[in-house]
Write a protein that binds this ligand. Structure first.
Ligand code: ADP
Ligand code: MG
Length: 286
């Protein structure tokens, strides 16, 4: 089946304007597909339209012009809303706003309970989902005792328990410390790789975006760049226009190269940067 998981067809959306003001498009003329199994990072400066795209994906808002299809279902059709929401799950920015139950496993059960899943099946799904995010050992913990990264992993488990095909994470690492960010990123990469979960990962950390299969750059409600990280991060001019930096390992490699011209070009990830430094050291010893 080649149907895209998400299809935006010439989508525009404007939030209701304040009285006496003109409504401006938050996103305009967006056309793109996300295929089943893709890991797409969405980046752009504040106000560029990323959260609007996220909310359009699962019908939290619907376009004023154009259409959004989730697995072929028009998100604007009332009768599709339940099906759309149970296929595309969302994880938001603030870990403290997403957990409602007093015990981790009850929180993960909340989604499937709302979908009227039978209790036996809920049990299975909760255990599986907590295992998938590495939080099974903490299933009886009180959420407020968890770190930010752990809370976000519980929120991800809550989405998995609804058996969604896609997870949209809207800056879900923004409030975390580096360790928490890494935990969440690794978890989502693994779910994508091992379970084929489709991911839309909105972030303002370019080194996270560099690890996606595809990067979309938004600027003033439009898509400025869309392609593999290596191609996107080679567009220095367009990135500058969008107010974005290169990933930290690429910046660091540039600094190194200023001092040591033999530092390899085209470095994007920490692994490549470490490899480059290793090559330099080897040359030093020759
Ligand atoms: P991002 O997530 O990239 O920061 P958003 O999608 O939140 O961008 O916002 C895109 C545009 O829509 C911005 O100009 C923002 O001010 C506007 N906007 C976002 N949410 C609302 C809202 N609830 N009401 C009015 N305008 C909004
Ligand atoms: Mg946002």
């Amino acid at each position: 089946m080649n149907q895209p998981l998400i299809a935006f067809e010439n989508v525009s959306y404007a939030y209701p304007a304040e009285e006496g003001q003109e409504a401006l498009d938050a996103v305009s003329g967006l056309t793109f597909n996300i295929a089943r199994g893709e890991f797409v990072a969405l980046v752009g400066h504040n106000g560029s339209g990323k959260s609007t795209v996220a909310k359009l994906c699962n019908g939290l808002i619907t376009p004023q012009t154009g259409r959004v299809l989730a697995e072929g279902l028009d998100t604007a059709a009332e009768e599709n809303l339940f099906a759309v929401r149970s296929r595309v799950g969302m994880v938001f920015q603030n870990p403290d706003n997403q957990i409602i139950a007093a015990v981790v496993e009850d929180d993960v059960a909340f989604g499937p309970e709302n979908l009227c899943v039978p209790p036996e099946e809920i049990r299975t799904r909760v255990d599986e989902s907590l295992q998938a995010v590495g939080m099974y050992d903490r299933r009886l913990s009180e959420p407020h005792k968890l770190s930010g990264g752990q809370k976000q992993r519980v929120a991800i488990a809550g989405v998995l328990a609804m058996r969604t095909d896609m997870i949209v994470l809207d800056e879900s690492t923004a409030m975390l410390d580096p360790r928490g960010r890494r935990e969440v990123m690794e978890t989502v990469l693994r779910l994508n790789r091992e379970r084929g979960i489709t991911v839309l990962f909105i972030t303002h950390f370019m080194d996270e975006a560099a690890r996606a299969g595809r990067v979309m750059v938004m600027h003033e409600g439009e898509i400025l760049l869309d392609g593999p990280p290596r191609e996107v991060f080679a567009q220095a001019g367009a990135l500058h226009k969008a107010g974005l930096e290169l990933p930290v390992p690429a910046l660091f490699a540039d600094m190194m190269r200023a001092e040591f011209p033999a530092m390899p070009e085209g470095i994007l990830t920490e692994e490549e940067c470490a490899e480059g430094i290793f090559e330099l050291m080897t040359k030093c010893g020759e």
